[in-house]
Ligand binder design. Sequence first.
Ligand SMILES: [Mn+2]
Length: 373
Amino acid sequence: MIKILHTGDIHLDSPFSGLDPRSAEIRKNELRAAFTSMMTYAKMNNVDMLLMAGDIFDSEYVSNETLILLRRELANFGKPVFITPGNHDPAIPGSVWKKDYFSDNVHVFNKPELSSFDLDDIGTTVYGFGFSSKNMTDVPVRGRSVSDPGRINILLCHCDMITNTLDNTCCPMTADDINSFGVDYAALGHIHNPPSGSAEEKWCYCGCLEPRGFDEPGPKGACLVEISKKDGKSDVLVKRVRFSKRRYEKGEVVLQEAETQSDVIDAVSTYLTEHKFGEDAIVSIKLKGTVSPALVINTAYVSRSISGVFSIRITDETNPILDFDALDSDIGIKGEVYRQLKSKLKSEDKHERELALRALRYAFNALSGDKAF
Ligand SMILES: [Mn+2]
């Protein structure tokens, strides 16, 4: 039995531009920390090799600190490391993938043509190919097959098996390509939210190591893969291991006739507790349901009042409880404000409707200001 750690889509030195500069700097360091935690795990679990399925770097601009960290971690690991450059970090002339930069245990598939590397002590052959520019329309394994089906055969590459369009320029591989090639396991990169896949499939996406936005929800990590082969038949066991320091989560809190900012804070806090969103969570909450007409939710204040999560973003999509028929015939100021806004409140344009509703709430909020004494 051989044990592999399959990672990829690390995107080291990602700018995290969706965050404020301070949080972005924290996240950059957390990404490097997630990578070193993974390397520690690989050493502790005595894996036979590390497979890195592309997009190790976010772009061709990599800091020296990151390069040194990568070289040092891979050298310390000591066991074989295979790297295949992806569409974000292709092996272009002058790139680190083309230089003799890493220690001897590191093999980079730095050409777009299929090649292989034998590990005779564990009866395994690793096949791979790498991006040499941002696009790859070829599928280098198509029409090929492994040379010795008796060995454990692994394919390592960055490719897109999910986007089913003709303009897919990221190595549009299919399950048929992999099956006819005849590998025991295809370690793939490119898809950050890995599809669950079935046990019969010979391929697996590891997903990204650390999420970078709400389009990459939930915890992320790498795959621990165990492969055994007997009489030409292989058994593959894939276990997903979390390494991400944070996770992005989206939620919806439905308010019921909330009257004050603290009603809103309580409802959001309860939701976060119920869903066990802790310090590791970057949360986006949509407020729905009904509020009293006198309440205009101050989302900035509510966000600041919430503790226990890394960061929270709140959007207000609530509706005030209003009797529009009664307002229409109201002879007071409220009725007049309503009639002024009525056409916009019923507008076809969603944005105009929301704006009018917001204006109505501010007006009613101001008009309902009771004198305390
Ligand atoms: Mn990627």
